[in-house]
Design a protein around this ligand. Structure first.
Ligand code: NI
Length: 181
């Protein structure tokens, strides 16, 4: 079990475009995925992208590790199955955007209101190189867009339209108990 250090905003590695994975079944990929999973679980994240632990590959994970144990930071995450998504491609379905609050393990303690496509199709590969092809909406669509942004060096604050809707979680939501991010 290895919990890796999550890079925080300001680290140049978070601005890099990540490279596609070309080799499947290699022990390095298995180790990377195990470390990402351990790290996401330890920090109660809803998702994690490889660049956040300093690995410049197009690999993201997201979703609930245990359905019976809802994520205290993202209750809606329980509805999203745990997914390993490699070399993802996102296609928006329609122009409709939805705004909702997001946080990020690389931007600890803060939340921002971020517009995302309401419905998307995403494709990619799982850890064995088998294809994944899903059409999703709501929180599921949001988390995929957030994580895949990391692969192109984009953090959610760059997408906030009204910077008055960006602030510290404990100030924005004083009555809601939120875990430290
Ligand atoms: Ni993030």
């Amino acid at each position: 079990m290895t919990i890796r250090n999550v890079l925080r905003m300001g680290d140049e590695r978070l601005w890099q475009r990540a490279e596609p994975v070309s080799q499947f079944g290699a022990p390095q990929l298995r180790e990377l995925l195990a470390d990402m999973r351990d790290t996401m679980q330890a920090l109660n994240g809803a998702g994690l992208a490889a660049p956040q632990i300093g690995v410049g590959l197009r690999v993201v994970i997201f979703g609930a590790l245990q359905a019976a144990q809802p994520n205290p930071r993202y209750p809606d995450a329980a509805k999203v199955p745990y997914t390993v998504l490699i070399n993802p491609v996102i296609t928006p379905l329609g122009d409709e955007l939805e705004e909702d609050w997001e946080g990020c393990l690389s931007v600890p303690g803060l939340r921002g209101l971020v517009p995302r496509y309401a419905q998307i199709r995403y494709r990619g590969l799982d850890e064995h190189g088998a294809p994944i092809d899903r059409t999703v909406s709501g929180f599921h669509a949001r988390v995929v867009q957030h994580e895949c942004d990391h692969l192109d060096g984009i953090l959610y604050p760059m997408r906030i339209r009204d910077m008055k809707k960006f602030g510290f979680s404990e100030v924005l939501f004083p009555n809601r108990e939120m875990q430290d991010e």
